[in-house]
Design a protein around this ligand. Structure first.
Ligand code: ACO
Length: 401
């Protein structure tokens, strides 16, 4: 706590807390994390129960509305979302401006921001109906945009949404079908990807969610606020960790795999190397990330279903985890696998290319972002976010020429 009178001759105090280690930025009733217990709740429900008993549409409804849907509510929500899965045809022209080898997160940041130019009939943020329609549009269109980014990169024609499929089944088809050959959705794969969406749907005030809230607090439109969240998520310390983790595993595998784990871990522990064990550690979890446990189980299921039980990267990841959990460096710092440690292996087995991993994370997190944005705007007391600073520059001085 800083006495600002000493600094500026003003009255009052403020906290100096870079990285927000001990500062709550808002009240929220959506997600609860107990980092010491390794517990994650959406609206009070444990993530394990949601992953076991619900699909991503149930969880999206829950996060947005506070309760799980009954059958009628679920049916209505599903048909509302499917009604909005198409994107404006003109977006294809917008897409053409990108290089084909652009990173999907660069493309997605642009596409989501551009939605405000195509759907400006739902951008009055003071109108709850506009906020609701924008939320549905974002949730519905995200899979279409991610699949378009992939198809564009591959030089293949876009595959239009098919509304008789599930949210996740439709996404898989838009990714992998071609005009010459339809894609048969494998149930285990569909369930695994749906679970990835559930596990990534919200995570209280992480960097990208805080970015969405801060951006949205200025009164900007929802598409602009979510585009800011996409940009923040891209970083390797946040959502970009799943891509970075898989690259790390692939490189280690190419350099000798399990036999080289000991040597690699020495590098990780040597701070001067700048190497971190990607997919490990978390600001809030000081115990096992419950999502990582579910992801590890999902990984086993998918690899078995696809006949990839001996996947060398999975074996390598298990070995890294085994060693880390016994090593005082990780134990003393309470570093455990986070959700990204195993999610890349699942996605790779499904056929999703590595650069698309973070875009898939963004697709799922859109639900949390938009619910948190709406929660902020629904509070009549909300204020524009405006952090203070500790000024360390020059005292007042005169130009002398
Ligand atoms: N590998 C090696 N050492 C680590 C790691 C890691 N993955 N993570 C933290 N440490 C060490 C730090 O060097 C530091 O050591 P010190 O106390 O000797 O200085 C200590 O553990 C604390 O680390 P901080 O960076 O201060 O912790 P912070 O809470 O700021 O960072 C973060 C959390 C960014 C997740 C960090 O653990 C990290 O970089 N992990 C790897 C990237 C990653 O997996 N990110 C995904 C996060 S989950 C998500 O966004 C979905």
């Amino acid at each position: 706590v800083i006495d600002i009178r000493k600094l500026y001759g003003q009255t009052g105090m403020f906290t100096y807390d870079p990285g927000f280690l001990a500062t709550a930025s808002c009240e929220s009733a959506i997600t609860y994390i107990d980092g010491d217990k390794g517990q994650l709740l959406y609206r009070g429900y444990p993530i394990e129960q949601l992953a076991e008993n619900c699909d991503f549409m149930d969880v999206s409804y829950l996060i947005l509305n506070g309760e799980l849907p009954d059958d009628k509510q679920k049916q209505d929500f599903d048909s509302l979302v499917t009604h909005h899965t198409m994107v404006h045809e003109q977006l294809q022209l917008f897409m053409r401006g990108f290089r084909r080898d652009a990173h999907p997160m660069a493309v997605l940041t642009g596409l989501v921001g551009a939605l405000s130019a195509f759907y400006h009939d739902s951008t009055d943020i003071t109108n709850p109906r506009h906020r609701e329609i924008s939320a549905i549009r974002l949730i519905a269109k995200m899979p279409t945009l991610v699949a378009m980014a992939y198809k564009y990169n591959q030089g293949q024609p876009y595959i239009y949404p098919r509304n008789d499929l599930s949210y996740t089944g439709n996404f898989l088809r838009m990714m992998f079908a071609t005009p010459c050959e339809d894609y048969q959705v494998n149930e285990v794969v569909e369930r695994a990807l749906d679970r990835i969406f559930i596990l990534h749907a919200d995570h209280e005030q992480n960097a990208s969610t805080s970015t969405v809230r801060l951006c949205g607090s200025s009164g900007t439109n929802p598409f602009a606020a979510i585009a800011a969240g996409v940009a923040c998520l891209w970083g390797p310390a946040h959502g970009g960790a799943n891509e970075a983790c898989l690259q790390m595993l692939e490189q280690l595998q190419a350099e000798g795999g399990v036999a080289k784990v000991g040597e690699f871990m020495e590098k990780v522990k040597d701070k001067s190397s700048g190497v971190r064990l990607m997919g490990f550690g978390h600001r809030v979890y000081k115990n096992y990330d419950p999502r990582a446990k579910l992801m590890q189980a999902t990984c086993k299921e998918v690899l078995t279903a696809l006949g990839l039980e001996n996947d060398p990267l999975f074996k390598l990841a298990m070995e890294l985890e085994r060693i880390a959990l016994e090593d005082p460096y990780f134990v003393d710092r309470k570093l455990y696998p986070n959700v990204d440690f195993y999610s890349g292996i699942v996605q790779r087995a499904i056929g999703i290319p590595t650069p698309l991993f973070t875009a898939i994370f963004a697709l799922a997190r859109t639900v949390g972002w938009i619910a948190q944005w709406d929660e902020m705007l629904s509070d009549p007391e909300y204020k524009i976010g405006r952090p203070r600073q500790l000024y360390t520059g020059s005292a007042v001085r005169d130009i002398k020429r």
